[in-house]
Design a protein around this ligand. Structure first.
Ligand SMILES: [Ca+2]
Length: 435
């Protein structure tokens, strides 16, 4: 839980998504083999039992998994590959070739497997590794192509260097017909928290930004929004309300201008919203089919200063801090009033029931379960913070808030006890958005 899903279509998109029945393989074992003798490490193994779970980033979990390996571990134990954290990994003692085996409690339909490389070093130690699915007699039903690094090499290299901070391998091994295919995303970046400074500079930090390790990316923006698709979006209201996007990982800040003028923009995971939404200086509301390559903005009825995107419905607030909602896809449906007054909104679509987060003009944090027809807002404990100007709840397990001194705080969902902590650093921010 809590990590973003890169696009599946980096290599090819074919017709695999047109089937209503998920293609999958029924297996009893998943086995990972690194035939080369040496250091071996791996951050996470995630199995998805159907397409829907995959698109919603909901790996299958069971407490009854049996996990084995032929090698001893260092202080990074084997269980780290199932702890749902991309930042922790298993590490062997570097003496021999390695296999890891997961045994399911009963035969399991597997639609896709996601293998996450170690995120901080030495990613080319997984080169040449394969994953296999086996039946209960340990017959091989599926074997992936060998894993490779971002240079395309499948040759194991001990202590391979990281050419860039932001490029580690996340490798999807999918089981779509007609043939098992390895979809690799060697350039896929880890999930980031993105932010704009009050000085319009652009920053990002590997989520959840524990040490405030912000990295400046070239560009100039007044607000930024990022979902889990291939782009980061932003606007600059001091530059003629310019709209831009940058293809991830956006290391060099190659922003492309999107036709149109907006002062706020909002993107989400494509499984939540197929549209990018925005508002202009006159509070007119627009949407554009993601990734909005040609700026095909359509005006939507209404007058809003901010839109928050959700799976079932979108929410918006006007300049009077009145709250509205419309049912997806919100084409020309009427906005209905949601009781309450909020100056900032975000939705949590990771929750089983859509949850609306709001910050009111008194900088208090409130939540209301969608569709929030009755306006049954609940005040949330915000701990030692001095209140928030805005809040951003992403697909990951963390949410972020910005206080009146332009500092960013974070809290792990569901954050029931107000366990907010300040993201370290002395930067002064104007907007925050998380993948
Ligand atoms: Ca892990």
């Amino acid at each position: 839980m809590g990590n973003s899903v890169p696009s599946l279509c980096e290599t090819s998109c074919g017709t695999e998504f047109t089937s209503t029945k998920s293609p999958s393989i029924q297996a009893t074992y998943l086995r990972i083999e690194q035939p080369m003798s040496g250091c071996f490490h791996l951050s996470e193994i995630e199995m998805f039992v159907n397409r829907n779970d995959f698109l919603q980033n909901k790996p299958w979990r069971s407490k009854d998994l049996v996990l084995r390996s032929n090698t001893a571990s260092t202080s990074d134990p084997l269980l780290n590959i199932l702890d749902q954290q991309w930042t922790t990994h298993y590490h062997n003692v570097c003496e021999q070739s390695t296999w890891i085996e997961l045994q399911f409690p009963s035969p399991l339909f597997i639609y896709a497997v996601r293998i996450v490389n170690r995120t901080d070093c030495c990613y080319s130690r997984w080169n040449g590794m394969t994953i296999q699915l086996l039946d209960n007699q340990k017959n091989v039903l599926y074997r992936s192509q060998p894993f490779y690094d971002r240079t395309g090499s499948t040759r194991y290299q001990n202590g391979g260097v990281m050419p860039s901070f932001s490029t580690y391998g996340i490798l999807y091994s999918t089981i779509f017909p007609p043939n098992p295919t390895v979809y690799t995303s060697p350039n896929t970046s880890p999930p980031y928290v993105w932010a704009t400074g009050v000085d319009e500079k652009v920053y990002r930090c590997p989520a959840p930004c524990t040490n405030g390790e912000w990295e400046q990316i070239p560009g100039s923006l007044t607000q930024i929004s990022v979902g889990t698709d291939d782009f980061v979006y932003g606007v600059n209201m001091n530059d003629n309300d310019r709209i831009v996007r940058c293809r991830k990982p956006c290391d060099t800040g190659q922003w492309e201008t999107i036709p149109g003028k907006l002062v706020s923009i909002n993107a989400k995971d494509p499984s939540i919203s197929k549209w990018i939404w925005g508002t202009n200086r006159q509070n007119a509301v627009f949407r554009c089919p993601a990734p909005c390559s040609n700026g095909q903005w359509q005006q939507i009825k209404g007058s809003l200063k901010q839109v928050a995107l959700g799976k079932q419905r979108n929410y918006g607030i006007n300049t009077n801090n009145d709250i509205y909602r419309c049912d997806q896809p919100c084409g020309n449906s009427l906005w209905e009033v949601v009781p309450g007054k909020m100056s900032g909104l975000s939705t949590d679509n990771d929750a089983i029931q859509e949850m609306l987060y709001g910050v009111n003009p008194q900088q208090e944090l409130w939540t209301c379960q969608g569709p929030c027809s009755d306006g049954r807002w609940e005040k949330r404990n915000i701990g030692t913070t001095q209140g928030f100007n805005n809040v951003d709840v992403g697909y990951q397990s963390w949410m972020y808030g910005m206080d009146s001194q332009n500092r960013i705080w974070r809290c792990q969902k569901p954050c029931t006890n107000g366990e907010w902590e300040r993201v370290p650093g002395s930067l002064s921010f104007s907007s925050v958005s998380t993948e």
